[in-house]
Design a protein around this ligand. Structure first.
Ligand code: SF4
Ligand code: SF4
Length: 239
């Protein structure tokens, strides 16, 4: 059973900071304590916390507890709470603000490392550019040689002017590269002119979750520059 919140006379500095940063103030004060946000939240109950309780702690001025709970790192930023909330309270944005108060050293290593690798290698598992290029070329060549129906299957890389730019979940080339081939076949079958980038191609941006806006922006900005340089009109993100 969830434990009760213990309060004293406190004023939340964090709440003021968050309200100033979240567009429209995030509607935090409008909470009716109805629990609609709790029901669909995949992080409800973890670390004895849920979105309603977290919000209540912010409103009660429990800054120390709010800024120390590891629960914020379980939030997937899915926005279900906001969509379920009759008052439009933006708890995801509040959680993101709480993450921003954590130092880089204390950010969970899985998130921070994946973000750092993305910034350095263009993907969150740290695959080197030359390995990515040769992996795609080899997989395509193997398929062309072994499957009669796919003798002309392409896996284009840095193709200027392609209509579609394709991102890839880095898990696939890392642990199950053959899983990329069915998508290539579908795109080829329906006549889509597409390309990967050799430089940055990961569909998952872990920097979105680290709480550092600069890293998040750096990944998205570089991605959009590459898409524009290639002249692609549409980005397909496979996540
Ligand atoms: S759904 Fe909205 S109003 Fe209801 S408890 Fe959650 S934040 Fe408060
Ligand atoms: S955004 Fe976070 S708090 Fe809201 S429902 Fe999703 S996981 Fe839960």
């Amino acid at each position: 059973m969830s434990q009760p919140i213990v309060i004293g006379k406190r004023k939340s500095r964090f709440k003021e900071l968050a309200q100033a940063a979240i567009p429209g103030g995030g509607n935090l004060d409008l909470c009716l304590t109805c629990s609609s946000c709790v029901n669909g939240c995949p992080a409800s109950g973890i670390s004895d916390m849920d979105p309603r309780k977290f919000l209540r702690m912010v409103l009660l001025g429990l800054d120390e507890e709010v800024l120390q709970t590891p629960w914020i790192w379980w939030c997937s930023m899915c926005q279900r709470c906001r969509r379920a909330c009759p008052m439009g309270v933006d708890i995801g944005a509040l959680v993101f603000m709480a993450r921003q108060q954590w130092s880089r050293e204390n950010t969970p290593k899985g998130i921070q490392k994946s973000c750092d690798l993305h910034l350095e290698f263009g993907n969150s598992t740290g695959i080197r550019r030359e390995d990515w290029v040769s992996l795609c070329a080899e997989l395509a060549e193997e398929t062309r040689q072994q499957e009669e129906d796919w003798k002309d299957l392409p896996a284009p890389m840095d193709k200027k002017g392609a209509g579609y730019y394709l991102n890839q979940n880095a898990k696939e080339p890392t642990v199950e590269p053959e899983e990329m081939i069915p998508l290539w076949k579908i795109l080829h079958e329906v006549g889509i002119d597409w390309t990967y980038s050799s430089e940055q191609w990961d569909a998952v941006n872990y920097c979105m979750f680290s709480g550092d806006d600069r890293d998040w922006e750096a990944v998205v900005r570089r991605q959009s520059e590459i898409v524009n340089d290639l002249g692609c009109k549409t980005l397909i993100n496979t996540e």
